[in-house]
Design a protein around this ligand. Sequence first.
Ligand SMILES: Cc1cc2nc3c(=O)[nH]c(=O)nc-3n(C[C@H](O)[C@H](O)[C@H](O)COP(=O)(O)OP(=O)(O)OC[C@H]3O[C@@H](n4cnc5c(N)ncnc54)[C@H](O)[C@@H]3O)c2cc1C
Length: 393
Amino acid sequence: MKLLKDKEIAIIGAGPGGLTLARLLQQKGAAVIVYERDFNREVRAQGATLDLHYESGLLALEKAGLMEAFKQVYRPDADRLRVVDQYGKIFLDDHEEESKADFGDEYFRPEIDRGPLRNLLLDSLQPDTVIWDRHIRSIEAEGEKWKIFFQNGHTATADIVIGADGANSKIRSVVTPIKPFYSGVTILEANVADAAKNSPNVNSLLKGGKIMGLNNSKTLSMSAKGDGSIDFYAGWRVEDSWAKDSGIDFGDHQQVMDWFRKEYAGWGDIWLELFKNAGTTFNPRPQYCMPLDQNWEAHANITLIGDAAHLMPPYAGEGVNMAMLDALQLSESLTDDSQPNLKTAIGHYEQQMFERFAKIGQETLDNTELMHSPDGLRKLLQMFEGPAGTAAE
Ligand SMILES: Cc1cc2nc3c(=O)[nH]c(=O)nc-3n(C[C@H](O)[C@H](O)[C@H](O)COP(=O)(O)OP(=O)(O)OC[C@H]3O[C@@H](n4cnc5c(N)ncnc54)[C@H](O)[C@@H]3O)c2cc1C
């Protein structure tokens, strides 16, 4: 670990990418601090459940020595998917499959909620690794170090900075001027607590798993969470300024329901119970993507992982998996004694990341396009089942 000897590493962001990196680096004996804007670890991690993949998310957990801990908290069967049309009619049903893949199988993609994944990673770190309530405002070079400025007036210094601060990274612009582009699709996301009571029909259809509903260039995605709630998001093609232009008050369920009825005209009434009973405000998120051919010259003491490096829409389920694989590859590069210096070590990681993202980002954009095309349901079934998947025609 000669490159990291006597170096202090600041990881910005305690998401899955940043925490996985902290764990992997601490295993090798590196000095790591994670700065996170959330006030504490109790802040509820929002968002849909995550499926971890064999060659990326699960591999990183394995290398981090956390697979046994993961097996205690993942949610068996939460990965079972139903693909439905606008009325909730089922066209593909994983629940019908009796035998299922298991750990060690390439196609096994176990689900975990964001909160338990964050806790699993936090619990694996040395005490006081994460400093909460540290919302980064900016960083500045100070000799060979970085000075970090937080919104609450605190400052810190570090030898190496890793931007793991997600979609709106404050670190990215220090590394590269390359900006994301709009994918053409916006999502509107919310959560229904106690779904058995508040959304009984969708809850029954969901059966503890996931649903992807498609019709006429629009999607509605749902996942059951371990706390009995349902996370859901509508996805459709619209200008990226829609949230502002629409004039909708996203805290007003009636206004959002009126929008859904109009925008998703022809969809069955079953979905209304989600919009009516959402326990959270609705969160509009235009889906941006980093350019697939992005590339920059490596810096000697700063880099990016996860969404900060390669934001993409959620339609291939790769975001968290790529964040965790970044963490693994960066940790291996930084602790590789055959690397002559930090710049080459960072460059070695970034080249792997660029090449991987060019491929995965393309797959993601292809899926986003396919699902939001007029005959998205048929195309998705074909993708899952091969040319025989013509039931929806
Ligand atoms: C609706 C939706 C569904 C998704 N579904 C899936 C899926 O099924 N599978 C999948 O693989 N991916 C999915 N994704 C993508 C996935 O959530 C991200 O790719 C993943 O969380 C990226 O991890 P990360 O650690 O890079 O960033 P994040 O998870 O965004 O974590 C960043 C962390 O940095 C902190 N932070 C941000 N700014 C600052 C700052 N200025 N100062 C300090 N801290 C800061 C944040 O609070 C957060 O803790 C989905 C995304 C969305 C929006």
